[in-house]
Ligand binder design. Structure first.
Ligand code: 1GP
Length: 251
């Protein structure tokens, strides 16, 4: 196993992952310039994946990224073909908020032949889509309904059922480009289930990131904001530096 990604996520208190959707970075030049900036910002992980990305764009993106960065690359797959030996790990997502068997077990079965031959870490993940103020691509593509954002009890029970099924991580997602990030009460409803917590969707400010961390997120994922404004990576670098300094001071 190349990298102990699961342990790294679990031990993060205020981690950051930058999400790259290969469909939006099919230009190698644009991808290269993004990765150079990501390298300077030094997030804990790069997530890669998307709801509608093709195998060709996915593979090209992975091989370009692998040649340009040492930051661990984690696949956040939108479908069965989004697997690659170039990655360090894959979040093996089950869309537990929905009732579409393809996203609960179907894509997984399609992916196993390829995955079995790869030396990448496979992380069983309870993936819950939460209403984010506008219809998300995941919602449309998976043909499922998100959990309403005013239902922390449903979120908690769903995540706990995932834990009892053996999922190792909880990922709450408001959906890419969500108008509203995951509310604090929703994050707090699952922060005592003793599983690492990833929060994403609609996070566009340092205040959003801090709020999610303070509510218990081990890792916060930022995608769209970076696509619109790559310089936001500088703000992320500063935020992480302050946290690191704070951590060191408290040791
Ligand atoms: C979406 O959690 C990710 O699946 C990130 O969302 O693109 O809105 O940051 P954004």
């Amino acid at each position: 196993m190349k990298n102990n990604v699961y342990q790294k996520i679990a031990s993060e208190k205020k981690g950051i992952a930058i999400l790259i959707d290969p469909e939006k970075f099919s230009s190698v030049q644009r991808l290269t310039s993004l990765i150079n900036k990501v390298n300077a910002a030094r997030p804990n992980f790069i997530f890669v994946g998307g709801s509608t990305v093709t195998r060709k764009d996915f593979n090209q993106c992975l091989s370009v990224m692998k040649s340009l960065t040492k930051i661990p690359i984690v696949i956040f797959p939108g479908a069965a073909h989004q697997v690659s030996q170039e990655a360090d790990a894959i979040l093996f997502l089950s869309l537990l908020s929905g009732r579409n068997p393809d996203y609960l077990i179907g894509h997984h079965i399609q992916a196993v032949d390829e995955l079995e031959k790869m030396d990448i870490e496979i992380i069983p993940t309870a993936y819950l889509l939460i209403e984010g103020g506008r219809k998300s691509a995941v919602e449309y593509v998976s043909q499922t309904n998100p959990i309403p954002s005013n239902q922390p009890n449903i979120v908690r029970k769903t995540a706990l059922a995932g834990k009892y099924q053996g999922k190792k991580i909880i990922y709450l997602d408001a959906g890419s480009g969500a108008a509203d990030a995951i509310p604090i009460e929703i994050i707090k409803s699952v922060n005592n289930l003793d599983l690492p917590l990833i929060i994403g969707g609609g996070i566009r400010t340092i205040a959003n990131i801090k709020q999610a961390h303070d509510a218990g997120a081990n890792l916060v994922v930022i995608g769209n904001k970076i696509e619109d404004d790559m310089d936001f990576l500088l703000d992320i670098a500063n935020y992480s530096k302050v946290n690191l300094t704070g951590n060191e001071a408290s040791v």
